[in-house]
Design a protein around this ligand. Structure first.
Ligand code: AMP
Ligand code: MG
Length: 283
C-alpha cells in the first residue's frame, strides 16, 4: 500500500513543471464531490478559526509571525471566489486583502516590489494577494512591457524578497489557480449571459485568452524559478470551484497547523486578578 500523500505534496509544483501535464479537473487528494467538499469546509473553518485566533494572539504578545497567501491565475480562474469562500472562513479582523491591478503612474515610478512591500501582512495577520508581484513576470513578459533582461532579473529579486519575508516570520503559500481554456470560455460566456455578472467581463480578457500559450510559458518560467521550500508554489486544479476552494482552504490550514501559533502567557498573575475581579464592586 502506498502512503497517502499530503495535499501539499500532491499540489506542489515540481522542479520540471509542465503545466500541460496537470489536469485542471484533477482531484489528487481530498473530497471527491461537492457534498463531501461542503462537509470538509465546515471542519476546515473551525480549524482555520482556531489557528487564526492563536496567530493573532501570539502577535499581540509580541510574536512576529504572519501568513501570506498569493493567488495567481488566468481571468475567471477564481481568485475572487477563493477570497470569498476560503479566506471567508477566517475572522475578517485577522485578514489583510490586497488586489494588484495595472500599476498607477506613481507605482510605475518605483521598483516593482514597492507597492507589494506596502501590503505585506503585519504580525498576526493573514495576508491575501489577489494578483501580486508575479504580474511583473507574467503580463509584463507576455506584453513586452519591459526588456527581457529586466523581467528575467526579477526572478532573483523575487527570490530575495520572499526569502527576506520568510526570515522575518511570514509563512508564504503561493497558489496558481489552474483552469482549462475550455472552462474559461464557458465562464466568460456566463459573464456575458448574466446581467448581474456583466460588470466582471472585460473585453480585454479575450485578447489575454488569445495568448494562452504565452501565458503558460510565462507561468511555467515563473513557477520553476521561484518555487522554494520557504515560498512554495502549489498548482490548484480550478475547473471545479468546490475543489479549488477546498484545496486553498486546506493548504492554509495545513500551513497554520505546522506553524502552531501559541497563545502568549498572561503578563499578570491570573489568581491575583481572579480575586480582584471577584472582590470588585461598581458604583
Ligand atoms: P483583474 O484582476 O481582473 O481586475 O485585472 C487586473 C489587471 O491588472 C489584469 O489585467 C492584470 O494583468 C493587470 N496587472 C496587474 N499587475 C500588473 C502589472 N504589474 N503590470 C501590468 N498589468 C498588471
Ligand atoms: Mg478580470
Amino acid at each position: 500500500m502506498t502512503a497517502t500523500r499530503t495535499l501539499r505534496q500532491a499540489l506542489r509544483a515540481p522542479k520540471d513543471l509542465d503545466l500541460t501535464a496537470v489536469d485542471p479537473r484533477g482531484r489528487p487528494v481530498g473530497p471527491r464531490d461537492k457534498k463531501a467538499a461542503a462537509d470538509a469546509m465546515t471542519e476546515l473553518g473551525e480549524r482555520l478559526g482556531a489557528q487564526q485566533e492563536a496567530l493573532y494572539a501570539e502577535a499581540a504578545g509580541g510574536g512576529h509571525r504572519a501568513v501570506l497567501l498569493v493567488l495567481q491565475g488566468m481571468d475567471t480562474s477564481g481568485k475572487g471566489g477563493v477570497i470569498e469562500h476560503a479566506a471567508g472562513l477566517i475572522n475578517p479582523q485577522g485578514l489583510h486583502i490586497a488586489s494588484f491591478k495595472k500599476p498607477t503612474s506613481e507605482e510605475l515610478a518605483h521598483d516593482f516590489l514597492w507597492r507589494i512591500r506596502r501590503q505585506v501582512p503585519a504580525a498576526g495577520m493573514i495576508g491575501v494577494f489577489d494578483r501580486s508581484h508575479y504580474e511583473d513576470v507574467l503580463v509584463v513578459r507576455v506584453n513586452g512591457l519591459v526588456p527581457e533582461l529586466e523581467w528575467r532579473s526579477r526572478y532573483g529579486a523575487i527570490r530575495d524578497f520572499e526569502g527576506e519575508l520568510a526570515a522575518a516570520g511570514v509563512a508564504i503559500v503561493k497558489c496558481m489557480l489552474h483552469i482549462s481554456p475550455e472552462e474559461q470560455q464557458a465562464r466568460l460566456l456566463a459573464r456575458l449571459d448574466d446581467p448581474a455578472k456583466r460588470w466582471k467581463y472585460n473585453p480585454g480578457d479575450v485578447d489575454v485568452r488569445g495568448r494562452w500559450a504565452d501565458y503558460r510559458a510565462a507561468y511555467t518560467g515563473a513557477l520553476r524559478e521561484t518555487d522554494s521550500d520557504v515560498a512554495p508554489w502549489y498548482i490548484v486544479p480550478a475547473d471545479r470551484k468546490w475543489y479549488r476552494n477546498w484545496a486553498v482552504s486546506a493548504l492554509l490550514a495545513e500551513t497554520l497547523e505546522e506553524m502552531a501559533p501559541q497563545y502568549p502567557p498572561p503578563s499578570y498573575d491570573v489568581a491575583v486578578e481572579r480575586r480582584r475581579v471577584e472582590a470588585s464592586t461598581v458604583r
